[in-house]
Design a binder for this molecule. Structure first.
Ligand SMILES: Cc1cc2nc3c(=O)[nH]c(=O)nc-3n(C[C@H](O)[C@H](O)[C@H](O)COP(=O)(O)OP(=O)(O)OC[C@H]3O[C@@H](n4cnc5c(N)ncnc54)[C@H](O)[C@@H]3O)c2cc1C
Length: 431
């Protein structure tokens, strides 16, 4: 059975891996000269370091992603961290959100009660709302933003700014006033109430190429698949509800059984469909992520990561020879030029970390990803249910799982769902 997979990001690679594992013959076509889509690595010849376009953080609740990494033999390439997140304020005061490993879920209650960034009243309110999320499965607030939901549930301004906003912007890459309360609650349930390890941070040990790109590639090729980079899909010829032909920048394919589209929603508009039009492809608002990698002569940071409060630079990830500063939902920052950005960043870092001095930096890379993720806005659950009515076309991507934001997990989960659908189709057809 021959399957063509279009798009070599996480969705396309994972779909190709799952399908190869099930014995399908896969041809993967990727428009750009590299694999990885929005999660890729770059080699910096000046510093001899390979770094990622942006820090990618996985969570223990990324079950599909963890299954995928196991299949390609990448378990050793990630490390799971105990819950110990330093929250730091501009006057360099650190407090931790920290949980012991045992006694789940009581350990989480203890973590919130000891979260001294906010006062006692705020901690109790956070706890009350967390318990409500766990036990109340109602989906009534279809059109409510996270902010409205927090206010309705008596959250203090302090807890909103220093706890909920940090969680929301980190997990959804979107501000609390824009994000859907329903999607946020789904995410909270997955992180905190889906099992003992759901809330743990998982980090790539080196970079994304080592973690999953090369290993996926090897898996696909060693199972008889083909990977063509710099080959863009241009046109699909559809007859009687079936894709018969696809035309790329290199050739025409007409000998295949099914096609998987693993491309973002906005990429559909550049493909010509003849004989049939795809309907209802959602038009999303997108949200940028800014990453600034600072290559250091000497590294003064002691923790693996820090959450920075009261600034637009949200996280600092410590990689040893360099640190990555991540700003999510970075609409404002992304418009600034690099000189202004760096001057603002250095002033911030010097405030937050008296141990930091800009003279420690010997090289800088600024990575601006304008369409990093879609905004999981109100109404997303209602409006985005999208399925192709073409029999041998399967559509995946981080935007195709309505109840989740755009993440590695939604990309891989969509690939898992597609591979099951394709397997069922051909099993049912007895081929
Ligand atoms: C800076 C940054 C940081 C992030 N951090 C996190 C994080 O910490 N945790 C997390 O879970 N998620 C994170 N994400 C989100 C995550 O990277 C994405 O959700 C995921 O990579 C999406 O994968 P995808 O395969 O669905 O789409 P994409 O990665 O966009 O892949 C689609 C691929 O299709 C190709 N393509 C498009 N059109 C065609 C065509 N016509 N023909 C052939 N190929 C085509 C594109 O070139 C691309 O390679 C982050 C994203 C960014 C940008």
């Amino acid at each position: 059975m021959k399957i063509i997979v279009v798009g070599g990001g996480l969705t396309g690679l994972a779909a190709s891996v799952f399908l190869s594992e099930k014995g399908f013959n896969v041809t993967l076509l990727e428009a750009s000269p590299r694999l990885g889509g929005r999660a890729y690595s770059i080699y910096n010849a000046k510093s001899y370091i390979e770094y990622d376009n942006g820090q990618h953080l996985l969570m223990g609740c990324y079950r599909s992603t963890i299954r995928f990494l196991k299949i390609i033999g990448a378990q050793a390439e990630i490390k799971s961290m105990p819950l110990k997140v330093p929250f730091i304020t501009p006057n360099s005061k650190i407090s931790y959100l920290r949980a012991v490993d045992d006694f789940y879920p009581l350990n989480l209650i203890d973590a919130i009660l000891n979260f001294s960034t906010v006062n006692w009243k705020s901690r109790i309110r956070i706890l009350e709302l967390m318990l409500k999320v766990k036990f109340d499965k109602g989906n009534s607030e279809q059109n409510e933003s996270v902010y409205q939901w927090l206010k309705e549930n008596r959250q203090t301004e302090e807890s909103i700014e220093y706890f909920w906003q940090v969680l929301c912007i980190g997990a959804l890459n979107s501000d609390i006033k824009k994000s859907s309360a329903l999607i946020f609650k789904n995410v909270l349930r997955k992180i905190f109430f889906s099992g003992t390890d759901g809330y743990k941070f998982i980090l790539p040990r080196k970079n994304l190429r080592t973690m999953y790109i090369d290993k996926s590639m090897n898996f696909i090729l060693s199972n008889g698949g083909t990977i063509n980079m710099s080959e863009r899909l241009l046109e699909c010829g559809i007859e009687e509800g079936v894709i018969k032909k696809i035309i790329t920048t290199r050739k025409i394919y007409d000998n295949f059984d099914s096609v998987v589209f693993a491309i973002p929603a906005h990429a559909f508009h550049k493909i010509k469909f003849t004989g049939h039009q795809l309907k209802n492809i959602p038009a999303f608002e997108y949200s940028p992520i800014l990453n600034i990698h600072l290559f250091l002569k000497e590294n003064p940071f002691t923790e693996p990561y820090y959450a920075l409060l009261g600034t637009d630079f949200h996280w600092l990830f410590n990689h040893g020879r360099y640190v990555s500063i991540t700003s999510s939902s970075a609409e404002k920052l992304i418009k600034k030029n690099n000189t202004d950005l760096l001057s603002e960043l250095y002033s911030n870092l010097e405030l937050f970390f008296p141990i930091f001095n800009r003279k420690l930096v010997h090289n800088v890379k600024v990575m601006k990803e304008k369409r990093a993720t879609f905004v999981p806005a109100n109404g997303r659950l209602k409006n985005s249910v999208f399925d192709s009515d073409i029999k041998n076309l399967f559509i995946g991507g981080d935007w195709t799982i309505p109840e989740l934001p755009a993440t590695i997990e939604s990309a891989v989960l969509s690939a898992e769902i597609i591979s099951r659908k394709i397997e069922n189709l051909y099993r049912v057809n007895g081929r």
